[in-house]
Write a protein that binds this ligand. Structure first.
Ligand code: G3P
Length: 214
């Protein structure tokens, strides 16, 4: 299972990368806006830290505009993956870009039917948003299960990238289902390490060790 970090914050990316567990980065317009930096400069900073797929999202919603943005972003570096919303014009662009060998990440996916469209268009990744589905009382994980099953049924090569992860159980359940990638916010990455028995066990080991030194 690949681990991406879902952030545009350089400090978070640097710290996650230093853990040696980071395979890539996903950004979106809201995450980039939070940083208040020039998008290209920000991407260049990220590219220097992480040698893996970096998703950069287009903000056009028409085929021509999406293609123009996509080409400009793809020209920055071979690791840039073009993130495109799951709309009709977006899927058209995914088809065109994939036939040119440009990698895409189809975002804002909330249904299995949408995921089928992305796979048929040749998307590199599909990003179903589990947390946002849970927020409206739909099971995000059920959707991951459905998409993984459908993609396996037909041997689709599109990778299932679980997005909108809110807590460690999302990651564990995605791993049980066999999703290819999880894009995880920094706060959740840190929570993955935690267990009260690890904490109390370590405290006991260290205090027992000290008695030897006394
Ligand atoms: O980048 C897409 C996705 O991970 C957003 O997550 O927390 O805004 O629903 P969230």
């Amino acid at each position: 299972m690949k681990f991406f970090i879902d952030t545009a914050n350089i400090d978070e990316i640097r710290e996650a990368a230093s853990m040696g567990l980071l395979d890539g980065v996903t950004t979106n317009p809201s995450l980039v806006a939070k940083e208040g930096k020039n998008f290209r400069e920000l991407l260049n900073e990220i590219l220097e830290i992480v040698d893996g797929p970096i998703s950069a999202e287009v903000v056009s919603t028409d085929f021509k505009g999406i293609m123009k943005e996509a080409k400009e972003l793809a020209a920055i570096h071979k690791n840039i993956v073009i993130k495109i919303p799951l709309i009709q014009e977006g899927i058209k662009a995914v088809k065109a870009l994939s036939s040119e060998g440009i990698k895409t990440n189809v975002t804002l996916c909330f249904s299995a039917s949408q995921a089928i469209l992305a796979a048929k268009a040749g998307a590199t990744y599909i990003s179903p948003f589990v947390g946002r589905l849970d927020d409206i009382s739909h099971s995000g994980m059920q959707l991951i299960d459905q998409i993984v099953t459908i993609y396996r049924n037909y041997g689709f090569e599109t990778q299932v990238l679980v997005a909108s992860i809110r807590h460690p159980l999302h990651l564990v359940e995605a791993a049980e289902i066999g999703a290819d990638v999880a894009t995880i916010p920094f706060g959740v990455i840190k929570k993955l390490f935690n267990h009260p028995l690890t904490k109390s066990g370590l405290e006991k080991f260290l205090s027992d060790w000290k008695t030897l030194e006394e």
